[in-house]
Design a binder for this molecule. Sequence first.
Ligand code: ADP
Ligand code: AMP
Length: 216
Amino acid sequence: MARYIVLLGPPGAGKGTQAEILARETRLAHISSGEIFRENLKAQTELGKLAQEYMNRGELVPDDVTISMIEERLSRPDCAGGALLDGFPRTPAQAEALEAMLRKNGSGVQVVPYIAVPAAVLIERLSGRWTCRAQEHVYHEKFNPPAVLGKCDIDGSELYQREDDKPETVESRIRVYMEKTSPLIAYYRERGLLAEIDGTQPIEKVTADLMAAIQK
Ligand code: ADP
Ligand code: AMP
């Protein structure tokens, strides 16, 4: 049966970093809604142009647009065995839509690791984050630096700082998370799917806790 794992947590919690590692370990497709929006923005598609104004303000792209984008992505062959969802769902309406789309195939969300990190730590993480142009591999200038400054260890592409990692935008993203996304913690806890992970630990330790949670 297909396995769907939802990585929950505030911006900067380490979802992308961990999803990259878990995707290798589990052979599940890593689906990041933020990355799909950024690809569309780069290609200047209609979806990208629409998403841009919300992303630049640190707000959420409307549910209907986001839900149909993810539904299309999950219908592709590389997701036949399931997926690791990073950044989706971000609202209760998105969570309900995900449940409905998976139910159609007799499937559902298997587990929701919630990577918990306090707000003060998130600001430092996001302001030091460097992302690779080619494939969005993620680094941190202090906590996870690349071997060569400004260059991705994996594919050699240039590292850049995301437009929405500026302090003003980070604050609004954390506020939006608290308001719109944090209710999903209770939503998944009530369904018996939540596994809380201490995201302040070193990357390797967080990975070990995540692997234990998803193998249960
Ligand atoms: P998210 O996808 O949840 O927004 P990222 O995976 O992009 O978060 O991580 C945000 C920043 O924090 C990155 O610069 C990353 O290198 C760094 N980071 C991720 N996990 C840890 C950790 N456990 N300890 C310290 N820094 C981390
Ligand atoms: P991320 O890469 O997860 O940090 O997402 C970057 C930005 O993309 C967010 O600040 C939102 O503007 C937008 N975004 C990503 N995922 C979603 C989602 N599930 N719902 C709405 N907006 C999203």
